[in-house]
Design a protein around this ligand. Sequence first.
Ligand code: GRF
Length: 203
Amino acid sequence: MKNFSVFVSGNGSNLQAIIDAVNKGEINAHLVLVVSDNKDAYAVERAEKSGIETFCFEPNDYQNKKDYEQIIIAELEKRNVDFIALAGFMKVLSPYFIDRFRNRILNIHPALLPSFPGKHGARDALKGGVKFTGVTVHFVDEGVDSGPIILQNIEPVYEDDTEGSLLERLHKIEHKLYPEAIQLMVEGRLIIEGKRVKIRKRS
Ligand code: GRF
């Protein structure tokens, strides 16, 4: 079975959906470590409640990013982590880290990439006046939310939507889409061809 890690900074509702999917056998892999740059994040509490090991670090304790990333890599190697899912992790990973886990880091974003990358995908979609937005799961490369797209799902934007109401519906989509993408990764069915990701049929 494959081992994976989830990186978090905040509430951790996606982490919870992933934990639940593992427990139900919908993700057929071991979630061996939750990594956080914020020890007080509710996500960390969720991991602990589920008996999952956590590794928390304080970025300000390190002179530079490489110093803490090397420590994270050591923690991942100790547990033979095959791939990583970022779930609301607010630190940008360096090219050094991304290269170490090339094509093995996934992220989820609350907009239809390549539209509205960055921290405020839902807010920017509202401001942009689009009638449809959605959720994207993608591989992480050196850019901001720019890696090959794995899965997307759409959601209409209503005239009375606020950022909060839209995000609430997007979260519901995220909690289904992310476990699905992770299971495809586990099954080795994601084939990257340039910017495109092809999903191999089940054999
Ligand atoms: C999600 O909206 C995700 O798309 C974005 O960060 C948010 C994390 O939410 N990358 P949560 O911590 O999983 O509840």
